[in-house]
Design a protein around this ligand. Sequence first.
Ligand code: AMP
Length: 283
Amino acid sequence: MRMDVFDTVRGVQEKISELKQQGYGIGFVPTMGALHRGHLSLVDACTRDNEVTVVSIFVNPTQFNQREDFEQYPRDLDGDIKKLGEAGANIIFTPAEKEMYPEPDNRVFDFDGLDKVMEGKHRPGHFNGVAQIVSRLFDIIRPHRAYFGEKDFQQLVIIRNLTSQLNLDIEIVSCPIVRESDGLARSSRNVRLTEKQRKHAPKIAEAIHKARDLAGDYSVEEVIQSVTEHVNNDPYIDVEYFEIVDEKNLQPIETWDDAYYKRACIAAWVGKVRLIDNVPYYF
Ligand code: AMP
């Protein structure tokens, strides 16, 4: 099947309904573009599971809480389309802002507190914006399956919640974090790091992995404190938060026995670039 690129809702919907009528399974990967191997791992998983892979590229203004971050967000549409062609995607949806939001979206979602911690706490309104765009995209594409990265772990939990609130018959598939060879989680924002900052950034991943080994000997509070101090000692990095949470409700744990499925989540500034990472602590 060849690859088609659409920038209108009508165009992509007509194509998808034609393919659905032929009985094809539709998989969907929403992205904001500036694609790297993390995104492409989602596309790979999607092409393995589905006859048709749809990828959207849209830098969604409603999920940015800082205008500057939205404006500085890297964009490379031609490069993205080429990468997606090589990865075997079939349909690319690249709407303009007016096409996605012909009217302002004033919907307010309730995630039962899942959006009040970590990213939600430090980026007010972020997850409401994510829910606005993902619910619109789901409504347009109506996929059988949709693929999300564990890189944005809180987002993944919130999307599962959204899908169940809206009673959508969409299977949410999660994919592990893809890292650079030095451990740094791949992110579209990494290209904004200077050479020096890029050299220091892997310390974020290193610390949250190493902290797992301290768990046997230290309390949760001590581990959090020592990781935060260790990362903050690097003159190029400032930790915004480091939390160890229960994967189900995203609430911070107080003792190691509070949950079996725990996740250490970190956000840190490297210069003007905000990076996030996480790692499971299953014990
Ligand atoms: P974004 O373009 O940043 O909105 O990301 C689109 C999707 O790719 C989201 O589901 C992300 O979680 C996922 N993603 C981004 N970076 C990575 C990575 N390094 N590994 C796995 N998935 C990722």
